[in-house]
Every structure is written in structure tokens, then in C-alpha cells.
Design a protein around this ligand. Structure first.
Ligand code: C5P
Length: 355
């Protein structure tokens, strides 16, 4: 019997808000985040095979782990455990065509895992519901459930507890890619270190005990943080925060209101990312990229997720095209991609339509 291979298209994400709370006992941070799926897609094809394998082509292919470390392989194995009858073969040949750069803060690995879940669910006719797939996804990685869902959604917990956001309109983005990736755990660890240093500084009194170089790492100007979408000095901290404790993250109601307006000019100033100071401390050169985008007219500029990709919000599609050209000319990144959001999450594409 020949079985038709299944191909799934899956988007990258940016976080319109990323509020990072305290470090939990399980090593994860409590989050409130606003995920937004954008039209930069990977494609994943699965077909039955004698043994499981993974082949990767396209952007950063050489940097994608092969074998069991690959998130798509792990997702297929997790689905087989959840939904495959005992004794039935669950070996699949997985082919990933990448356009989402690796370790870029765009959840590319999570996207491939989500695509593998949807593709294997279809290939095996396993019949898992969206909610059941989402539960399997959460066990594979914090961002995988969102890549299944797509659109614009609020994530809580590790990011895996999702609520669809009431957002209107289409937003046009330019993504500026950096040479080399950033490790997500390392960026979270840097965030913890900066916060600990800040707590020491606050305890020691004004102007005391700021570690050398910290001001430069954080940037001379305020960096957008999650305190209701207002720009706050990341060294001084946001309102209501104690010296030692990290406050519980909270959703920016201002951002949620702006997203319902469909007006990028309202959304742009409210973009915020608590991991941005950490990403900038590890990659100070990103400050130049962000400044260049702002000077070239972006109406919102931020590091995407754990970075190092920088995401710039444009007024419309035409503005995004102009911005992409100018950013390329400015020489502040390794490449750019124009895209829009929100878009659907992982979706099966009919045979013959992929490429
Ligand atoms: O869940 P995922 O494997 O994508 O997370 C990668 C790493 O990012 C975790 O091991 C952890 O270090 C960090 N992380 C975190 N808090 C979260 C999500 C991820 O600290 N909410």
C-alpha cells in the first residue's frame, strides 16, 4: 500500500509582549506573553519509513540538530506514545524545509515540532483533537502549542497555556536577522543575572553597586519593558517592584486595547520584551540594529523573543518594503524578511501545492 506523504506549513512567531516573572522550581519562568504568528514559514513533510530519520534543507540547515535532539523527531515520538496503537510502526522520514532561522527568537524549532505533530496526526489518522494535540505539544516545548494555534494569543504559565486574543487588522513587519543564534536558556539566565544585580543595586541605595558595564549593556535609553507597555528604565525597574522579588508578570491591557484598534501606530509604542536587556547584554551590537530601524521610521522596534532577531513594525505593506530595503542598505544585519501577521498556525497543505 502506498501512503501519500503529508506536508504541513507552519509560521514563525514574534512576541508583542513578553513579561517574564519569577524563576519557578522546575527551571522555567512564569510568563505572560502575547504571541503573534507571522508569514515566515517552514514546511515539514512526513512519510512512513522503516526507521525514523530527519533531513533538513534551507536556511541554517546545517545548524539544525539531526536525530533525537531534533524537536520534530521528539514531537513525532511524543505523538506516537500518545496516540499510536501498541505494535503499530511509528517510524517516519521527516523532511524539513526551513525559512525560519535557527536559534533566532522566532520559535523555528517549536514550529517544526508543531508541524510534525499535525503531519503525523494526519498520516496515522490518529484523530487527536486540537486540545489533545496542544497537550502533547506542551510536553515537547513551551512555544509548540502556539505554533499549532497561530493567530494572536496570550500565553501564560511557561507560555503553553493559551487564550486567543481579540486582535483586529493585519500588521506588517520587517525581521532583521543576525549572524549566529542565541541560546534561549542562556538569555533567560542572563535575565536572571541582570535582575539579581539590579536587586543588589537597589538594596545598596541610589547610584550604588551597579556592576561595571551593566548600564552600557542595557542601553543608555530606556528599553521597553512589560510594565503595562510603558517604557521603563530596566535598571531602576518598574513600578511596585520590591528590591529582591521579581513581580508576577501581568498582561498589558493597553496593548490588548491597541490590538483591537487594528492601528499599528497604537500598537508600536506598546511592544515590550523583558528579555530584551538580556539579549542586548549578550549581543550589544543589536542596539545599533534597533536604533537603525527606529531612525528609518519603524513605528515599533524590539528584539523578538530571546533574540537575536529584531522585529520592526511598519505602518503598512509598502512601508515594510521600504524599511526592508533601507535596513539592508544600513548593513546592520545579515538579512531581512518582510512578513505580516497574524497568520494561521500549522496547516496541512494539499499535495502539489508545497515547494
Ligand atoms: O520549553 P523550551 O524547551 O522551549 O524552553 C527552552 C528553555 O528556555 C528552557 O529550558 C528554559 O531555560 C527557558 N525557558 C524559561 N521559561 C519559560 C520558557 C523557557 O526559562 N517560560
Amino acid at each position: 500500500m502506498t501512503v501519500t506523504p503529508v506536508t504541513v506549513r507552519v509560521p514563525a512567531k514574534v512576541n508583542l509582549q513578553l513579561a517574564v516573572g519569577p524563576l519557578r522550581a522546575d527551571g522555567y519562568h512564569e510568563l505572560v506573553t502575547v504571541f503573534h504568528a507571522v508569514s515566515l514559514f517552514d514546511e515539514v513533510t512526513v512519510r512512513p519509513a522503516d526507521r525514523t530519520s530527519v533531513r533538513v534543507s534551507g536556511t541554517d540547515a546545517a545548524a539544525v540538530p539531526a536525530g533525537r535532539a531534533n524537536l520534530a523527531v521528539r514531537a513525532a515520538a511524543a505523538l506516537a506514545r500518545a496516540a499510536r496503537p501498541r505494535g503499530a510502526s511509528s517510524a517516519v522520514a521527516i523532511e524539513i524545509r526551513k525559512r525560519i532561522p535557527v536559534a533566532a527568537g522566532l520559535a523555528g524549532g517549536s514550529a517544526d515540532a508543531a508541524a510534525a505533530l499535525v503531519a503525523c496526526n494526519e498520516l496515522w489518522q490518529a484523530g487527536l483533537s486540537a486540545a489533545e494535540l496542544s497537550a502533547v505539544a506542551a510536553g515537547v516545548g513551551s512555544d509548540v502549542a502556539f505554533a499549532l494555534l497561530g493567530g494572536t494569543a496570550v500565553g501564560r504559565g511557561r507560555g503553553e497555556q493559551l487564550t486567543v486574543a481579540l486582535a483586529a487588522g493585519t500588521y506588517h513587519w520587517v525581521l532583521a536577522f543576525s549572524p549566529g543564534g542565541l541560546s534561549t536558556p542562556e538569555v533567560y539566565a542572563a535575565c536572571d543575572r541582570l535582575r539579581a544585580a539590579r536587586a543588589v543595586g537597589v538594596a545598596a541605595g541610589p547610584g550604588r553597586a551597579r556592576p561595571p558595564g551593566l548600564g552600557a549593556a542595557l542601553g543608555a535609553s530606556p528599553v521597553a519593558s512589560s510594565a503595562g507597555g510603558r517604557a521603563v528604565d530596566p535598571v531602576a525597574g518598574s513600578s511596585g517592584e520590591g528590591a529582591a522579588g521579581v513581580p508576577e508578570p501581568r498582561l498589558s491591557t493597553e496593548l490588548m486595547v491597541a490590538l483591537r484598534s487594528a492601528d499599528p501606530a497604537a500598537v508600536g509604542p506598546l511592544l515590550s520584551n523583558d528579555l530584551q536587556p538580556a539579549a542586548l547584554s549578550l549581543r550589544p551590537e543589536l542596539r545599533r540594529t534597533l536604533s537603525a530601524g527606529r531612525e528609518l521610521g519603524a513605528i515599533g522596534a524590539m528584539v523578538s523573543g530571546s533574540g537575536p532577531t529584531c522585529a520592526f513594525l511598519a505602518a503598512d505593506a509598502r512601508h515594510a518594503r521600504d524599511l526592508a530595503v533601507s535596513l539592508t542598505g544600513a548593513g546592520v544585519c545579515r538579512g531581512v524578511a518582510g512578513c505580516h501577521g497574524p497568520v494561521h498556525g500549522a496547516t496541512v497543505i494539499p499535495a502539489g501545492e508545497h515547494g
